[in-house]
Design a protein around this ligand. Structure first.
Ligand SMILES: NC(=O)C1=CN([C@@H]2O[C@H](COP(=O)(O)OP(=O)(O)OC[C@H]3O[C@@H](n4cnc5c(N)ncnc54)[C@H](OP(=O)(O)O)[C@@H]3O)[C@@H](O)[C@H]2O)C=CC1
Ligand SMILES: N[C@@H](CC=O)C(=O)O
Ligand code: NA
Length: 371
């Protein structure tokens, strides 16, 4: 399928994932400009963070975005103005949302209806209200609508092919019965480091800081520790499997935030005070050890029962979930076609490069559809 000759790219968010995406975009643009099937030129026309934007009235390509962003004093465009700016670009536009911002996510139906395509690792749009989910896919060309295309592979399992696999299972007529596993890179890293199967392990609060430094956590690590990040991912998977899950708070979710820290006014204050509660986590670990087990943070969707749950469970040390390493996710799909041996996807489930890979891969899918 021939690709269009020029596509304009607008990127919101230049944090851990955003920066890796921009580097992968550079690589992709260079490859596509030399494609034997005829060149396609990708042109970065807008880059914004929470406080700054770089974009030009004549849609000039941002070839030195790092220095331009550093010296920019232009505030980000309000979302309706951003849409107007992009709609007037002299060609097709793909908007890349590398934020975890709810307002940006809420605007997807508006962007899509205007013909702008979207690729994103932001979970907020697909795990917000069921109405927003419906509005997005009613507008999108790869839903029931005639607007732009939307892909969000990295919203579950970072770059691992979790969403594309589930969609293919459903589209090809398999019956998905259960989805279970470890869905958080942060939680995986925390428990793999805090209670490794062969003993030892660091203090829980210290591991939380390391997970943040490694770029695994959400911008505010409390969004991981309260279980909501996993609940968001399971909401997305449950919806794709056909369940009408109203929101990520409409099923049981276990939070690891100590009661006393629920009122912390910032993520920094929370991280500072977390060491006070290491003793509680050590007790949990000792209780599991007495049974010869380890604790891990898991989730599941039981499709026939319509049940979703998220929380801590104890596992035998020989269980594949107990033996995960680093930030690995493991996601098992139990389906009619696969019988008792589930289809399993495993690998790094967080981190800038692997997450950006899913976003860049989605961009490639959209480019193939835009003609
Ligand atoms: N990190 C990971 O391993 C994974 C992340 N994701 C998802 O990827 C997304 C990005 O995560 P990550 O890069 O780690 O987060 P970061 O906090 O590192 O970066 C977020 C970026 O978004 C910008 N931003 C926030 N709000 C706005 C706004 N309203 N308008 C413009 N820019 C905004 C921030 O601006 P500023 O620089 O000014 O703060 C920052 O540049 C999130 O949705 C996350 O859930 C998904 C899978 C894995
Ligand atoms: N904070 C998330 C990032 C990916 O979705 C995680 O730890 O899994
Ligand atoms: Na994925």
């Amino acid at each position: 399928m021939p690709l269009p000759r020029q596509v304009f790219i607008a990127v919101i968010g230049a944090g851990g994932v955003g920066k890796c995406f921009l580097s992968q975009l550079h690589h992709l643009a260079s490859n596509l400009s030399r494609s034997p099937a005829g060149p396609t030129y990708l042109s970065l026309i807008l880059l914004s963070t929470s406080g700054k934007s770089i974009h030009h009235a004549d849609y000039k390509s941002l070839n030195n975005w790092e220095s331009e962003l550093a010296s920019s004093t232009t505030p980000p465009l309000p979302l309706p103005q951003l849409a107007d700016y992009l709609v007037k670009a002299p060609g097709k536009v793909v908007l890349v949302d590398n934020t975890s911002n709810q307002d940006v996510a809420d605007s997807y139906p508006m962007f899509l209806k205007k013909g702008l395509s979207i690729v994103t690792p932001n979970k907020k749009a697909f795990s917000g209200s069921y109405q927003l989910w419906n509005d997005i896919f009613a507008a999108a060309a790869n839903g029931q609508g005639s607007g732009g295309y939307i892909y969000h592979e990295s919203s579950v399992g970072a770059g691992l092919p979790v969403i594309s696999t589930l969609k293919e299972l459903v589209e090809t007529g398999d019956e998905v019965r259960k989805i279970e596993g470890v869905f958080s890179g942060t939680m995986s890293f925390l428990f793999n480091s805090f209670q490794p199967v062969n003993g030892g392990g660091g203090k829980f609060s210290a591991e939380v800081k390391t997970a943040k430094d490694k770029g695994f956590t959400e911008p505010d690590p409390r969004d991981d520790l309260n279980g909501l990040d996993v609940a968001r991912k399971l909401t997305i998977l449950a919806r794709l499997a056909g369940l009408k899950v109203e929101s990520p708070t409409s099923f049981p979710v276990q939070s690891l935030i100590p009661k006393e820290l629920e009122s912390c006014s910032s993520g920094d204050e929370f991280l500072q005070r977390l060491p006070e509660f290491d003793g509680q986590m050590d007790e949990l670990k000792s209780a599991a050890e007495k049974e010869g087990k380890v604790v891990r943070f898991v989730g599941s969707v039981d499709v026939p029962k319509g049940e979703v749950k998220v929380g801590l469970e104890k596992f035998d040390k020989s269980h594949p979930i107990a033996a995960l390493k680093g930030s690995d996710n493991i996601i098992a799909f139990y389906t009619k076609r696969y019988g008792d041996n589930p289809l399993i996807i495993q690998g790094a489930g967080a981190g800038g490069e692997v997450t950006a890979m899913g976003v860049t891969g989605d961009l490639v899918k959209v480019l193939k559809l835009l003609q």
